[in-house]
Design a protein around this ligand. Structure first.
Ligand code: ACO
Length: 327
């Protein structure tokens, strides 16, 4: 089979910052609570930008990093649950913004796991046609779906986008996607919801907006699920390739909560200094978290040439997954 390679990475976040002190003015919370429970110190929040603006910013950087023109692309996939509008898909809007057309475009809905799902879809498409050149983007304005009166959720999230370009490659070339595993279990799915606007919870003219329009979450259940599912899928992908925790140079878990990230690293037996963390700067950006993390880690030198990187994610659905990449 043809292997997919990561050719370029980029991320883009809105300028406006909300620090924990800023949130103290919005809800009954404090820096000590947020820092000790989540590790988050600040998050970027859009002012006028839309999901498309963030997706475009990240995509332009990823294409430049890959040394490619948008015209070369054959597919664009945007992972998001906060696209500009239900129709058209944000991926179609992104084609237009990039000045390209007559290629495939689709949005992918797997909440926070969306980007890792997009890697899996891109791998399959590249296997189908080794000439495919695929832009995958995780772009999210989670704050548009945050209930700013609910202190148990609003402190956790931020906005941003990250993107990668994947093409076929040959053995030994950097950026090789060794494998991806993605999973879902709808059973516990209602522990993490955004219901409003779906056809089971349709908008009605003149209706006031209720809490069901925003992220609702059983935090404790999600916490336990996150640690359990990411640890299990990482062990599975390592075992499948005859690898152990000691072979991993960088562990990059979904940036939802520092305690979850550290618990997964510890359970896997990956040394703390190999675990990438930027949740302190960006909060939980859902599908954008993994590609922002990848681009940030690459740019800052946390990921070095030759490193074996293990990505792992979890999110609404419930969904989860892991990817192994040799940079
Ligand atoms: N500021 C101050 N106090 C707060 C806040 C806040 N922002 N939020 C909750 N509290 C209070 C609660 O009301 C509760 O008070 P009580 O005991 O008087 O009722 C107390 O703090 C403790 O709350 P717990 O729920 O016990 O706190 P916990 O230690 O479980 O941490 C947290 C909560 C951070 C949400 C944790 O459960 C968690 O991280 N869960 C996973 C969340 C997550 O990662 N979600 C990902 C979403 S999926 C996706 O990525 C889209």
């Amino acid at each position: 089979s043809t292997f997919s390679h990561v050719r370029g990475l980029g991320f883009h976040v809105p300028e406006r910052l909300y620090t924990n002190a800023d949130l103290e003015k919005i809800v009954d919370t404090n820096d000590e609570w947020i820092t000790s429970r989540t590790g988050i110190k600040q998050r970027h929040v859009v002012e006028n930008e839309t999901c498309l603006d963030l997706a475009h910013g990240a995509s332009v950087k990823a294409l430049a990093d890959a040394g490619m023109d948008a015209e070369e692309l054959t597919h664009v996939i945007v992972a998001t649950f906060t696209g500009d509008m239900p129709v058209p898909a944000t991926s179609c809007l992104l084609l237009e913004r990039l000045g390209i057309k007559n290629i495939a475009a689709m949005d992918l809905s797997a909440a926070c796991s969306g980007f890792v799902y997009a890697i899996e879809v891109a791998r399959a498409l590249i296997n189908l046609d080794p000439a495919a050149k695929i832009l995958i983007c995780g772009a999210e304005i989670v704050t548009s779906r945050v209930n700013w009166e609910d202190r148990t959720t609003c402190v956790l999230f931020g906005d941003g986008a990250g993107a990668a370009v994947l093409t076929a490659g040959t053995e030994g070339e950097p950026g090789k996607v060794i494998d991806t595993l993605v999973r879902a279990d709808g059973g516990p799915g209602m522990n993490l919801t955004v219901k409003g606007g779906g056809s089971a919870y349709p908008y009605k003219l003149g209706q006031t907006v209720g809490a069901e329009n925003f992220v609702e979450m059983q935090g404790r259940e999600i916490y336990r699920f996150a640690v359990r599912s990411m640890t299990a899928i990482c062990n599975e992908i390592l075992a499948k390739h005859g690898l152990c925790a000691g072979d991993i140079d960088v562990l990059l878990p979904h940036q939802a909560n520092l305690r979850i990230i550290e618990a997964v690293g510890k359970k896997l037996g990956v040394e703390r200094e190999k675990v990438f963390v930027n949740v302190d700067k960006y909060g939980n950006t859902s599908a954008a978290s993994i590609p922002i993390g990848l681009a940030d880690a690459k740019e800052s030198g946390f990921i070095k040439p030759g490193d074996l990187v293990l990505l792992t994610t979890f999110g609404g659905g419930l969904t989860w997954g892991a990817t192994l990449i040799r940079f």
